[in-house]
Design a protein around this ligand. Structure first.
Ligand SMILES: Nc1nc2c(c(=O)[nH]1)N[C@H]1C(S)=C(S)[C@@H](COP(=O)(O)OP(=O)(O)OC[C@H]3O[C@@H](n4cnc5c(=O)[nH]c(N)nc54)[C@H](O)[C@@H]3O)O[C@H]1N2
Ligand SMILES: Nc1nc2c(c(=O)[nH]1)N[C@H]1C(S)=C(S)[C@@H](COP(=O)(O)OP(=O)(O)OC[C@H]3O[C@@H](n4cnc5c(=O)[nH]c(N)nc54)[C@H](O)[C@@H]3O)O[C@H]1N2
Ligand SMILES: [Mo]
Length: 671
């Protein structure tokens, strides 16, 4: 390796987990893909290639020093202060709450702004030790699916080693769009010999490049799953011996399966009998893999849908053998044995604070008696969270002490009392990992942070010291954390050697998860029928039920991932904003004709939570009755609001999770 070229790894919340090369030049850093990395293969995706060489290196766009609010909340009127003063201000606010045993009124919200292990997990030690309350992170993203598959398979964080795709006959991608959300993995999918079937209401590039696209009506996934099961049963693809030995509750659903004929299924889902038969043929041939997307379960019945599609591998025995398996997340450090409870300090205090669903965040934050202080780190809820107007209102509370930690001056940061500047992944050492691929990576400090910015972990160590908290776990150094993690994961290597090498792919051959056919459920089997699910208020068994039909004039608004940004990260990069153009909504030609809309005209989307204007793009990639507009725009760069203004914070059937893809809106010409 050249002396001025360093290896590191991308820590974004992305299935790809790419390896990166950074060349240090006098003019700045040149950030590229690592040719020796099995996923990146020498290339960054189009968004990271721009943002890592653009806004992430632009000191004028980065937060460089702590800031204290001097104007009204929301108006972004701040002055620089020294770290010591910023931390003292925070201590002054927290101390009384801690000594009066009211730490529960300190709320923190965080997610996956960076997924590097220390920076995303270590700060939790501080809040766990205090007994502070937490916004349950996964409820903004994938908690319904986790809850559903945990109930069914006993595990939702491992199920498929992508290396086994080479042995598959069929890859069924259900409600994921890797062409946007995992561009390198999508390329790998296209190279597999297997047939690819995609289930998505939108003709995404993933769908358009598949062998078969089932373009169902949104929200009808459970009916489609039962319709496919009907045919798989009829074709003799059910594995009777597997069902008998390894599943629980089949007798409670087989009559339902018999009722879900192709004619019935077509009427409900909009998928033709012919395509249903082809899909059943392809999946039935096996071995087959099921990839359930995270976009899929962001709907009112997302939990039931995940359990319903889980019946496909359960009844055809497509699990626990090469070329088969289920993929929701495949979290490599869990496979390697990392103790996340230790890393996050989950047991540092038996008096845990409250766990609050993201769906209640905006409302409950408005309650003066419940929460007195708020910490926001690794997330930008003013762009990503539901109930946007209410959240803005709650964040405006003068008596709420708010600290925001970010690399950039986000919409959320505009509401802070104190802003703390975070170092980015190029500016500190850490470990990265894959949640699809079996990868662990070394994150390498290649440059100093701008100004006085600090990594998340260092900020919380300093805060613990200032508060004179004696617990050693709160002060553990990065060196110690990294060496403990490498030991726990049996990665027998010095960190400096790991940094040279860049990444490790776990295992010499593909892991076959569930190969012992033991499932960590109460019965030890795949639980089609689940007492726990029934107790959580769901149905004891999955059902083919769908959302009620929508009223005439209403549209279902889908707001999945854009290829231009990563959630709301990068949506402040000027070059990417240029490429992305004006914020648009895709309207099907039939609907456009009915409403007499023309391409490029301003339209208004409205519902009970508010209204926003977008540019109309007439496009048959969507379907009649369904609107598509990508997530991630910064409200302040988009006229003050983004699509989440329309997202009421309704909870899913399982997991108290987001239902963003069940959002209903009206559509009209803007006046
Ligand atoms: N309408 C709609 N809304 C959605 C979704 C949808 O599908 N539709 N999807 C939801 C999903 S799946 C998710 S995961 C959420 C994600 O929503 P967010 O959590 O808001 O998005 P991110 O872009 O991951 O990260 C947020 C922030 O982390 C900051 N950050 C990056 N690195 C660091 C660091 O090292 N330290 C600190 N302190 N900050 C850092 C970034 O600058 C960024 O401002 O959005 C949800 N919102
Ligand atoms: N470029 C980019 N990459 C990302 C992200 C990003 O914002 N941008 N976000 C990251 C994060 S945090 C996450 S969680 C993952 C998510 O990545 P994915 O799992 O791919 O999920 P989404 O892109 O949210 O949605 C996937 C698909 O679900 C479809 N969908 C919506 N409603 C329904 C329905 O009722 N039924 C079915 N079958 N499909 C439906 C949408 O049309 C969309 O094509 O991506 C990660 N990667
Ligand atoms: Mo997510």
């Amino acid at each position: 390796m050249q002396q001025d070229v360093f290896r590191t790894n991308c820590p974004r919340d992305c299935y790809d987990s790419c390896g990166i090369l950074v060349e240090k030049k006098t003019t700045g850093l040149r950030v590229m893909g690592d040719p020796d990395h099995p996923i990146a293969r020498g290339k960054l995706c189009s968004k990271c290639a721009v943002a890592y060489n653009g806004v992430w290196q632009d000191v004028s766009k980065r937060l460089t020093n702590p800031l204290k609010r001097v104007g009204p909340k929301g108006e972004a009127d701040f002055r620089e202060i020294a770290w010591d003063d910023a931390l003292n201000e925070i201590v002054d606010q927290l101390k009384p709450l801690i000594t009066e045993r009211r730490a529960e009124s300190i709320l923190h919200t965080h997610y996956s702004g960076t997924l590097s292990l220390i920076a995303s997990s270590f700060p939790c030690r501080f809040f766990n030790y205090l007994g502070a309350s937490e916004i349950d992170p996964d409820t903004i993203c994938n908690a319904a699916g986790h809850t559903a598959w945990h109930l069914m398979f006993g595990n939702s964080v491992l199920g498929l080693d992508p290396r086994t795709l080479a042995d598959s006959e069929c890859i069924l991608v259900w409600g994921a769009n890797p062409s946007h959300t995992a561009p390198h993995t999508h390329e790998m999918l296209l190279e597999q010999p297997a047939a690819r079937v995609v289930v998505d209401p939108i003709t995404t590039k993933t769908a358009a490049t598949a062998d078969l696209h089932l373009k169902l009506r949104p929200g009808t996934d459970a009916a489609l799953a039962f319709g496919l099961l009907h045919l798989l049963k009829q074709y003799g693809n059910f594995d009777e011996a597997f069902i008998e030995s390894h599943t629980l509750g089949y007798e409670r659903i087989h009559e339902t399966i018999d009722r879900c004929t192709p004619t019935w299924t077509e009427a409900i889902t909009g998928v033709s009998e012919h395509d249903l038969q082809r899909a059943a043929d392809l999946y039935g041939a096996g071995p087959s893999v099921l990839w359930a997307g995270q976009g899929l379960q962001r709907q009112a019945r997302g939990g039931n849908i995940m359990r319903a599609i889980g019946l496909l591998p359960a009844l055809t025995g497509n699990i626990g053998k090469p070329g088969a398996g289920i993929s929701y997340l495949n979290v490599s450090p869990i496979v390697a044995g990392l103790d996340f409870d230790w890393l996050e300090g989950s047991t540092l205090n038996p008096d845990t604070g409250k766990a609050v669903s993201h769906m209640e965040f905006a409302q409950r934050l408005g309650n003066k008696n419940e929460f007195k202080a708020l910490f926001v780190w690794n997330t930008n809820p003013m762009a990503s969270a539901p109930d946007q107007s209410m959240l803005r209102h709650s964040l405006s509370r003068d008596d709420l002490f708010t600290v925001v930690i970010d690399c950039f001056a986000t919409d959320t940061a505009d509401y802070a009392d104190i802003i703390l500047p975070a170092a980015s992944f190029l500016e500190f050492d850490d470990l990265t990992y894959g949640y699809f691929h079996m990868l662990i990576g070394a994150q390498n400090k290649v440059t100093d942070p701008p100004g006085t910015a600090l990594p998340n972990q260092e900020i919380f160590r300093r805060l613990a010291k200032k508060l004179e908290l004696a617990e050693p776990a709160l002060l553990e150094t990065d060196e110690s954390l990294i060496s403990n993690m490498l030991n726990q994961m049996d990665l027998d290597m010095k960190f400096s050697d790991f940094q040279e090498r860049g990444h490790l792919l776990l295992g010499d051959s593909p892991f076959i998860f569930f190969d012992d056919l033991k499932f960590d459920t109460p019965s030890g089997k795949i639980e089609i029928e689940s007492e726990l699910a029934a107790k959580k208020g769901g149905s004891g068994v999955p059902t083919p039920d769908t959302d009620p039909p929508i009223n005439p004039g209403q549209f279902r608004l889908l707001t999945p991932a854009s290829s231009h940004w990563l959630n709301d990260s990068y949506a402040n990069d000027p070059h990417l904003l240029d490429i992305a153009g004006v914020p648009e909504v895709f309207v099907h030609p039939e609907d456009a004709e009915l409403l007499e809309l023309t391409d490029g005209e301003r339209v208004e989307l409205h519902n009970e939570t508010g209204s926003i204007e977008l540019s109309c793009r007439i496009d048959s990639r969507t379907q009649s009755g369904v609107l598509l507009s990508y997530k991630g725009r910064w409200p302040k760069l988009t006229g003050g609001a983004n699509v989440n203004l329309l997202h009421s914070a309704r909870m899913s059937d399982l997991g108290e999770s987001t239902t963003v893809h069940s959002t209903l809106v009206g559509l009209r010409k803007a006046v």
